[in-house]
Write a protein that binds this ligand. Sequence first.
Ligand SMILES: [Zn+2]
Length: 128
Amino acid sequence: MNAKRINAAAGVIAAALVGRDSSGAGIAAALEAAGLLQSPESAAEQAQLQDDITGACLARHEEEQENDRLRARVAELEALTPAQFQDCQTCGAGYEYGQPCQRCEFRTQMAAELAKAPAEDPHPGGAS
Ligand SMILES: [Zn+2]
């Protein structure tokens, strides 16, 4: 005899007797709901599974909240109109939105031209 389980069952039966359904079936349902109609091992396993489900539901709820927050942020950013003049992420110069950075384009063209004639001396006949 397990005094703890008997006391628990007695409490559940007493509560069922003053509750809405004090029939034999109502008392049995109250004992089943309290996990007293199964072995302590399977009751513990059921409680663990219930905790796992609760944890998974909480994690999913938090993920859904984060997704909603991120969707709202995306909508907020998509609604923004970019400023007409932007700072180039490469060189820092200002450029018009939608156009290439003129300073970077100039540097690219200069590098290409200098690469074509690397041996050419820009100051022929200069002091050496
Ligand atoms: Zn630039």
